[in-house]
Design a protein around this ligand. Structure first.
Ligand code: HEM
Length: 127
């Protein structure tokens, strides 16, 4: 019996370490930042200000990366992390478009980033 307890304890500790507890305040902060940055990148795109657009895109991705390790109250921790990885990949597309000064690509990437709100909320937000 004793032999089995240690592996179980190690497993529990590892799981806790890999997927942290849900921090509501941190998630709400990241979400409000998402709204702010989405507005900022749309305004920047309208002015063809590629530097400001790239900054806003990275600020959104950075905020979401900061909550990537949490276990959501709804859905799985792996699904949550994968969704955030996809969002970061979309952010890189947007930043790439800024580098190329390609306004069509930039607007497409902004629309894709915005579409993560519905996707994320359907899967992970408790109604
Ligand atoms: C990128 C576009 C997104 C925008 C603009 C956005 C915006 C928001 C806003 C405004 C809230 C309400 C915050 C408040 O209470 O004041 C919220 C909540 C929430 N969002 Fe997002 N979101 C986005 C993407 C995502 C993604 C990708 C996920 C999941 C991976 C997600 C998961 C959640 C969750 C779980 C809540 C509830 C937080 C809580 O009260 O515990 N959102 N979001």
């Amino acid at each position: 019996m004793k032999k089995i307890l240690l592996p179980i304890l190690v497993f529990i500790l590892l799981t806790l370490q890999v997927y942290g507890e849900y921090d509501k305040d941190a998630v709400v902060k990241a979400m409000r930042n998402n709204l702010t940055q989405l507005k900022a990148m749309k305004a920047a795109a309208a002015n063809k200000d590629f530097d400001a657009a790239a900054e806003a895109i990275w600020a959104l991705a950075d905020g979401m990366k900061s909550v990537r390790g949490f276990t959501p109250l709804k859905g799985t921790a792996t699904g949550w992390a994968n969704t955030i990885d996809e969002l970061v990949a979309a952010a890189y597309k947007g930043i790439g478009a800024c580098g190329e000064k390609d306004i069509g690509k930039l607007k497409g990437a902004i629309a894709e980033l915005g579409s993560f709100a519905r996707k994320g909320h359907n899967q992970f937000r408790v109604k």
